[in-house]
Ligand binder design. Structure first.
Ligand code: ADP
Length: 165
């Protein structure tokens, strides 16, 4: 891999909007932190989606939910480019999840753009756990706003804050 030192510490950045963090994201974090020496959960603003939780709330929730994982840290990057965040944390890899065919196509193109924007890192994809592959933050928000119960799909800390919204 051009520009990547084979001996360097393997640090993954898991970027997303996490608005809010779902059990699908948590599953990816648990699996990712066994693959890399360090895993940084990077919270980004996502200009194409209307946020429900503020950046600070998302960061706080991600920190609470991952507090027992020794090699996981959480950082907000607001409007930064993902590749700039990669450089900032010294990441060797980006971690992303694939739930279905549309994620695959979207993620493939995004990985290509990131590779063209910068080099020295690679993107690693994990397939969603089959029992969680239908979860997305936006669908869960819609169900909640319409009065549906989404407690089974969210970490307890996240559900508690959602109820208070
Ligand atoms: P973004 O707006 O950048 O896609 P998200 O917070 O929606 O941010 O998702 C962040 C990453 O987590 C993406 O790679 C997405 O595919 C992955 N992801 C989201 N939901 C799940 C899930 N249920 N299972 C596995 N991966 C998921």
């Amino acid at each position: 891999m051009k520009g990547m030192d084979l001996l360097s510490k393997k640090i993954a950045l898991f970027p997303g909007s996490f608005d809010p963090l779902t059990k699908g994201h948590v599953n990816l974090i648990y699996r990712g932190c066994t693959l890399f020496e360090e895993l940084v959960v990077g919270i980004f603003r996502n200009t194409t989606k209307n946020p429900l939780f503020s950046m600070d709330e998302r960061e706080l929730l991600c920190k609470k939910v991952t507090r027992t994982l020794q090699n996981v840290s959480v950082h907000s990057f607001a409007d930064s480019l993902t590749v700039d965040a990669v450089k900032q944390v010294g990441a060797t890899h980006l971690l992303r999840g694939i739930r279905n065919a549309s994620d695959y196509e979207y993620e493939r193109d995004l990985a290509r753009f990131n590779q063209e924007l910068s080099e020295g890192f690679d993107t690693v994809f994990l397939f969603a756990d089959p029992s969680l592959g239908h979860l997305s933050s936006s669908v869960l928000k819609e169900i909640h706003v319409s009065g549906g119960d989404v407690s089974a799909y969210l970490p307890d800390e996240v559900y508690r804050m959602l109820k208070n919204k």
